[in-house]
Design a protein around this ligand. Structure first.
Ligand SMILES: Cc1ncc(COP(=O)(O)O)c(C=O)c1O
Length: 407
C-alpha cells in the first residue's frame, strides 16, 4: 500500500529581514575621498519617481538610465580618454576591434565605399571583407605612402577613410595631415587608429582627422589583461551618429575593466616614455647587427616615412619590427624566435612583458607591396615591456647567435 507523502515543516523565514537586507536604511556618510575613483556597477539604475524616470534622456551625461548607457565609472573613463586624444566626446567598446567595427557600422550604408590603407590592422580588413561586404559596402586598399595618388582614389561612393600610423606590423609612417586634408576637401570622413600613438606620441585631431579610435587594450590598460576600445570625436553631430549605433548594438564595457584602465591611465605617460626609450635602444643596436637587413622603427632615420613621423609625432611607441636577411630560411627565423627567453611569443603590446611575433608577410600583403625594398626578408616584431634593456639585448644576442649563423 502506497504511503502518504510526509510533509516537511517549512523553514521559518524572517520576511522582515529579507526585505530589510535590500531596502536598508543605513547610508554611509558622504564625502569619502580617495585617490582612485569608486567603481559603480549596475545594469539597473534606480529612479526616485516615474516622472524622473520619464524625464531622463540616456543620450545626455546629466543623469543615469541603465547600466549599458553609462555609470559614473564609465563616464569618467570616457572623459579622460577624450582628453587624452584631444577630443570632446568618447564612446567605449568591449575591444579595439569592436571600436573599429562600430565606426564602420555607424557611418556606412549599402552602396558606400570605405578606403583602407594597404598596411591596415588585419582584423579591420577582415571586418570589411566579411561583414561590410555582406551589407553591400565595398572597400578598396590604398597606398598610405603615396599621398599624391590618394586624392584621385576618393570617389562619389567613398564615405570613410581609415588611417593608421604607423602601418600595422611593417611600420611605414604616412603623411597623415596630407591624407586627411585630401579626404576633407572631398567631404569624406576620416578615422585614425591611434593605438600606437595612444594620444601621447600622436594626436589625430591636430592633423585634421575626424574620428580617433584606440585599442585601450594596449597603452591605456598597460597590463596585458584588459580588452577595450574607444572612439573619440570633436564634432557633436558625428558623436551622436556613432552613439546611436553604439546603443543599438548594445556595446558596453565592464565596470572592473573600466576601473583597471582608470587606474593605469595615471602612469601611462611614464610607461609610454620608458618603452619608447627601451625600444630606441634595442632598435639602434639591432641596426648594427649583420643578421638584420633593416629596422622598421618610425623614429629611426631610413625607416619608411621617418620624415612624416618627425612632422607628426613627439615620441614613439616601444614597438618596432626588423627584417632579417633574406639568406635565412623561415625555419631559422622561427628557431631564433623560439630561442628568445625574455621576449615571449604573443600578440598585443604595451604590457609589462616584452613580446615578439614573427610574421609571414606573404600571407598578409599584396604582391606589389612585397616588392618594396624594405619588405625583403623575414619580419619579426618586437614589443618592449619593462624588463631591463640590457637583459633584453642579451636575450636577443644569445638567440641570434644560437639560430642565425653569420654569412
Ligand atoms: C593597431 C591595432 N588596432 C586595433 C587593435 C584591436 O584591439 P583589440 O585587441 O582590443 O581588439 C589592435 C590589436 O592588436 C591593434 O594592434
Amino acid at each position: 500500500m502506497a504511503q502518504e507523502p510526509r510533509t516537511l515543516p517549512a523553514a521559518e523565514l524572517d520576511t522582515g529581514l529579507a526585505t530589510e537586507l535590500i531596502h536598508h536604511a543605513y547610508q554611509p556618510p558622504a564625502g569619502f575621498a580617495a585617490p582612485q575613483p569608486p567603481v559603480h556597477k549596475a545594469s539597473t539604475v534606480i529612479f526616485p519617481s516615474v516622472a524622473a524616470m520619464r524625464a531622463r534622456d540616456w543620450r545626455h551625461k546629466d543623469g543615469y538610465t541603465y547600466g549599458l548607457h553609462g555609470t559614473p565609472t564609465t563616464f569618467l573613463l570616457e572623459e579622460r580618454i577624450a582628453t587624452l586624444e584631444g577630443g570632446r566626446q568618447c564612446l567605449l567598446a568591449p575591444s579595439g576591434l569592436a571600436a573599429v567595427a562600430l565606426v564602420g557600422q555607424a557611418l556606412l550604408s549599402q552602396g558606400d565605399e570605405v578606403l583602407l590603407p594597404e598596411n591596415v590592422y588585419g582584423p579591420g580588413l577582415a571586418f570589411a571583407k566579411g561583414e561590410l561586404a555582406r551589407w553591400g559596402i565595398t572597400h578598396r586598399l590604398y597606398d598610405p605612402m603615396d599621398a599624391a595618388a590618394f586624392a584621385d582614389l576618393l570617389g562619389p561612393r567613398t564615405k570613410l577613410v581609415w588611417l593608421e600610423a604607423p602601418g600595422s606590423v611593417t611600420m611605414e609612417f604616412p603623411d597623415l595631415a596630407a591624407l586627411a586634408a585630401a579626404a576633407r576637401a572631398r567631404g569624406v570622413t576620416t578615422a585614425l587608429d591611434n593605438t600606437w600613438g595612444a594620444g601621447i606620441a600622436l594626436r589625430g585631431f591636430e592633423h585634421g582627422i575626424d574620428i580617433v579610435m584606440q585599442a585601450l587594450t594596449k597603452f591605456p590598460s598597460g597590463g596585458g589583461d584588459v580588452l577595450m576600445g574607444s572612439v573619440v570625436t570633436q564634432d557633436p553631430a558625428l558623436h551622436e551618429q556613432l552613439k546611436l549605433t553604439h546603443m543599438r548594438l548594445g556595446l558596453g564595457v565592464g565596470a572592473n575593466d573600466a576601473e583597471l584602465v582608470l587606474r593605469s591611465l595615471a602612469t601611462m605617460p611614464l610607461r609610454y616614455a620608458a618603452q619608447d626609450a627601451a625600444g630606441r635602444t634595442l632598435a639602434a643596436w639591432l641596426d648594427t647587427r649583420p643578421e638584420v637587413a633593416q629596422v622598421l622603427h618610425p623614429a629611426m632615420p631610413g625607416s619608411p616615412g621617418h620624415e612624416h613621423w618627425q612632422r607628426h609625432c613627439t615620441a614613439a611607441a616601444g614597438l618596432f619590427s626588423v627584417m632579417l636577411q633574406t639568406r635565412y630560411s623561415a625555419a631559422q627565423v622561427e628557431a631564433f624566435v623560439d630561442a628568445l627567453r625574455l621576449f615571449r611569443i604573443g600578440f598585443s603590446w604595451a604590457g609589462p612583458m616584452s613580446l615578439v611575433v614573427p610574421y609571414d608577410l606573404a600571407a598578409m600583403r599584396s604582391a606589389t607591396a612585397l616588392q618594396q625594398p624594405h619588405l625583403r626578408g623575414h619580419l619579426v616584431r618586437f614589443s618592449m615591456g619593462f624588463e631591463a634593456v640590457a637583459d633584453l639585448q642579451a636575450d636577443v644576442l644569445q638567440a641570434l647567435e644560437a639560430a642565425l649563423p653569420p654569412a
